[in-house]
Structure formats: C-alpha cells, structure tokens
Design a protein. Sequence first.
Length: 165
Amino acid sequence: MYRNDDIGGNAIRRWDGLGHEVTATTEAYTNHSMPSRLTANGAYEDTVGYTSWLAFALAPETPNLATRQMSYDFFGRPATATGYDGATTTFSYTISPPTQTATLAGRWTKTTLDGLGRTVKVERGDGGGTKSIVDTEYAACACSPVGKVKRVSQPYAPGGPVYWT
C-alpha cells in the first residue's frame, strides 16, 4: 500500500500495486481536515458534507444520485442512518446499564457495555422479543489497561445453554 499526504498530513491518495486507487479531496470549510470527495479508481465518486462540528450529517450524493444521511443526537452519537436504498436505522441509548440499540425494519441489535466501554452482551431480536444472545468475558492482562477478551459465547437462545469458545 502506497500513500501520498498533503502538507497537513491528510492522506490524499492511496494505491496498491494492482491498480486500485482512492483519492480524497478536502475543502476550506473543514480547514482541510475532512474529506469532501472520495474517488475510487478515477471512476466512482462520493461527495460528503459535514455539520459545523464535523459530524457526517449532510446528504452526500453519488453518481447515480442515490443519497445516504446520518443524524446525531445532542451528545454526538448516531441517531439515524439512512442508506442508499432508503432504509433507515434508528439508534437509542441507555445509561444504566449502558446500552446501544440499532433498529432496522423491526429488527434490532442491542449491545450492552461494561464500565470500560467494552461489549459484554449482544442481543438480537424483533417485535417477538430476543432471538439470540452472545456474551463476552474479559480477563486482566499486563498488555492492556482494559484487559483482553477471555472468552466469547456461541450465539444462544434466551434460556438456552451457553457454550463458550
């Protein structure tokens, strides 16, 4: 992988030896700190817009005029994400216990975090309730102040047996 940077240290071009290339263009309204246009192999181009606090929130436009959009809550966390196909994912959060829930077309994924912001449980379900759960346990490690993954369960149904990897 090769890379060209501008005077501010932004990666403006990356390429490999196989002819794959991505270029990024920056603009003055972001102090040249964020890409405003991404071009892949000189053909596919994607423009990006930002709010005044540099949150990816404005509707970018692609060559076929498809758009995607993100909105953010007061704390800068994703609130909604609309894809090129028009499907919208909504995000919600709780404080105690800290959770993040993403919902799309009636299906949801709820991630529970521990006090260090690590994922300890991922639940997936729909209007009928939780369908599967995956648990993660952590162990102390001198290599990292937040520890390392000790074991992860295989997906299991609520009330079902838990098998660890």
